[in-house]
Write a protein that binds this ligand. Structure first.
Ligand SMILES: [Zn+2]
Length: 207
């Protein structure tokens, strides 16, 4: 009996939280659950079924007005995934830019510190992973070579690895292979993790 009462109160399906939606046209007035409908994706234009769960997310979590569901705010599952991936990449880019700005400031304060110079170069390589730019890469290579020429052995060897990685990102397979191989073959202190990464990269590049 009590169970049946609860079922009558709680509707089946995906409930609408009227306190969270923006519904100027009153399209949801008198409704308790979201209903699937067919609409066109706001990104690729293809027709798809906008599911109740997706509607709840778009209208209640993202705060998109109800009327926009049929006016381009709804994305098909494919485009929704791609958009989420793009947003994640953008957040990661901003994070890495911030880290690179901090290491740039540290380098300006202590221009002769090879450790800082290497750290800053690595931070910029990590930026290149998301947004490659050959022009910026040239300057990074310059800094990495400076470390290789003048820093103590362990730092110099590590800089070689990052030079290889940078060429790898830029798609210069010949130079990347050459630097990775030299890194793996060079004596001196190398971290196991970087040697492992270099071996993996060499295997991939030889295919
Ligand atoms: Zn789409």
């Amino acid at each position: 009996m009590a169970k049946r009462e609860r079922e009558a109160v709680a509707p089946r399906g995906t409930p609408i939280d009227h306190s969270l939606i923006v519904d100027g046209f009153g399209e949801m007035d008198g409704r308790t659950i979201y209903e699937a409908y067919v609409t066109n994706c706001g990104r690729c234009g293809r027709e798809f079924t906008f599911t109740p769960e997706a509607q709840k997310y778009v209208h209640e979590v993202r705060g998109v007005p109800i009327k926009m569901g049929r006016r381009g705010a709804a994305y098909c599952p494919n485009c929704a995934n791609e958009t989420a991936a793009d947003n994640k990449a953008r957040r990661e880019l901003v994070k890495r830019m911030h880290i690179a700005e901090e290491s740039a400031a540290a380098c300006r304060e202590r221009p002769d510190d090879f450790g800082l110079l290497l750290r800053h170069a690595i931070n910029r390589v990590r930026l290149q992973e998301i947004e490659p730019s050959p022009k910026a890469a040239e300057r990074i290579v310059g800094d990495l070579r400076r470390v290789q020429r003048t820093a103590p052995k362990s730092k110099a060897v590590e800089a070689l690895y990052w030079e290889a990685r940078l060429y790898d990102i830029l798609g210069d397979d010949a130079r990347a292979t050459d630097r990775y191989a030299t890194f793996v073959a060079s004596p001196g202190q190398r971290t196991k993790k970087l040697v492992l990464e270099a071996r993996k990269a060499l295997k991939r590049l030889s295919r």
